[in-house]
Design a protein around this ligand. Structure first.
Ligand code: ZN
Length: 126
């Protein structure tokens, strides 16, 4: 059984170690093995063991609704949008000519379109 972390999108499985006791069950946290956030708590007499199945796609890919592999395939070059004070306000890129139909369909982009207003924190965290 696998579940998905609501915080980072990682997929992981949970198993119980040392469970099966009749009493003394207490609430134990189930933590995402990728971002270490507590996903939920459940009663058990054992402890939970989480195993990462699939690392999440980057925040940037998730923002666009595509996978990291598709973003790589896209090969788009991000440009910083800076103001007079050299601060980066957002990023933008032009959808390349050779973008696959699949990505265009998923994102609703058109070849040559400028995708603007990409939040700075999505890019800088990568
Ligand atoms: Zn997570």
């Amino acid at each position: 059984m696998s579940e998905k972390c609501p915080k980072c999108g990682a997929e992981f499985s949970v198993s119980v170690i040392g469970g099966g006791g009749f009493c003394g069950a207490c609430l134990e946290p189930i933590n995402c093995p990728y971002c270490c956030e507590t996903v939920r708590e459940e009663r058990t007499t054992g402890t939970f063991m989480e195993k990462l199945l699939k690392a999440p796609d980057s925040a940037l890919s998730q923002y666009f609704g595509i996978s990291d592999a598709e973003w790589e395939e896209l090969g788009a070059e991000l440009n910083a949008n800076t103001g007079n004070d050299e601060m980066t306000y957002c990023y933008w890129f032009t959808v390349p000519d050779d973008t696959s139909e699949e990505i265009l369909e998923k994102t609703g982009w058109q070849v040559g379109q400028i995708v603007d207003d990409i939040p700075v924190e999505l890019v800088d965290n990568n």
